[in-house]
Design a protein around this ligand. Structure first.
Ligand SMILES: C[S@@+](CC[C@H](N)C(=O)[O-])C[C@H]1O[C@@H](n2cnc3c(N)ncnc32)[C@H](O)[C@@H]1O
Length: 317
């Protein structure tokens, strides 16, 4: 198994909404910025272009292929940079290892990289045949193979319904249970062949995309990872520092939006209270009233941008 990381950095992943990220993230050219999902370093390179040589950049990714690629891709940037192979939920470990406790900006660009999707042996795509893996990093407890072959029918249905918002979740769950009575389901294409007869022909690709997304979210515990990093991130941000998050489906975006709105809210006392008893002050200012979406031109050049929604906040004092 050879990694292609580093050999084709330019195709590792095209950064989405890159100019918007730079505008919203960078407030101090000499500042310290962290990309918590650095992938091949596409966004980091853009951010580097807006910074002075005194700035510091930190990259985090749970995928070791991304770490090899970012080291190669950023080797000529003028700033000091450090990268860590960690999940972003372990923000305190990143802070400790980097020796940096306060950042001027954090970027979180959720989801998968093109490299992950386009590498058949990673098993992320229903378009390529490969082992049912889908682990983004070494710390995921169960692979897609374990989830598909050892979950109960009920668990499978709830995964497809909750994380894929798939209407035919019940039929998919039953088809998998029947198929695995005969043999273990080992590859992406075996799974596709099991699901094909129970999915509407015209929506086959979008249904398969939802099912694969649901399995990937489960394997990588993605929504809990997101909730955990959000619960910590503001304490590592300087006053006036920015948090920029790009999400790619409504489950992620809902979590991000609720978090930002909750932190932007002041007093939450019932309206009949004569004076405030909660003392809750807004912790952030929302910088994007509505989620920023890519323009048509960007989507034409990079189809993966089509579902992107960017939201940003600034930490208040
Ligand atoms: C959409 S790509 C980011 C691409 C990057 N912004 C660029 O411009 O090249 C998402 C990356 O986030 C990483 N990732 C997803 N969840 C993560 C988590 N919980 N902790 C750390 N990295 C994560 C994935 O491994 C993947 O490399």
């Amino acid at each position: 198994m050879t990694s292609t990381a580093g050999k084709r950095n330019e195709s590792f992943h095209l950064p989405v909404l890159a100019e918007e990220v730079v505008k919203l993230l960078v407030t101090r050219p000499d500042g310290t910025y962290a990309d918590l999902t650095c992938g091949g370093g596409g966004h980091m390179k853009y951010v580097s272009g807006a910074l002075s040589e005194k700035a510091i950049l930190v990259g985090v990714d749970r995928d070791s292929d991304a770490i090899s690629a970012v080291l190669e891709n950023l080797k000529s940037i003028p700033q000091e940079f450090k990268v860590f192979n960690l999940t972003f939920a372990r923000l305190e470990d990143m802070a400790e290892k980097s020796g940096i406790g306060q950042f001027d900006g954090f970027l979180i660009d959720l989801g998968v990289s093109s490299h992950q999707i386009n590498t058949p042996y990673r098993g992320f795509s229903f378009m390529h045949d490969g082992p049912l893996d889908m682990k983004m990093g070494f710390e995921s407890k169960r692979s897609a193979l374990e989830i598909i072959n050892y979950s109960s029918e009920r668990e499978l249905i709830s995964i497809f319904r909750e994380f894929g918002e798939e209407k035919k979740a019940g039929r998919c769950g039953r088809a998998i249970i029947q198929a695995r009575e005969k043999h273990q389901i080992k590859t992406t294409f075996q799974l596709v062949e099991i699901l094909r007869p129970v999915l509407p022909f015209r929506e086959l690709n979008s249904s398969l995309a939802r099912i694969f997304q649901a399995i990937r979210i489960t394997v990588n515990d993605e929504l809990n990872q997101l909730k955990e990093v959000l619960s910590k991130v503001l304490s590592y941000l300087t006053v006036g520092g920015r948090l920029v998050v790009i999400s790619y489906h409504s489950l992620e975006d809902r979590i991000v939006k609720r978090f930002m709105m909750g932190k932007a809210k002041g007093c939450i006392c019932p309206p009949n209270f004569p004076v405030c008893a909660c003392n809750k002050k807004p912790e952030v200012k929302i910088l994007t009233k509505k989620a920023v979406r890519p323009l048509e031109e960007e989507i034409m050049m990079n189809i993966r941008a089509r579902s992107a929604r960017l939201r940003a906040v600034e930490k208040l004092g």
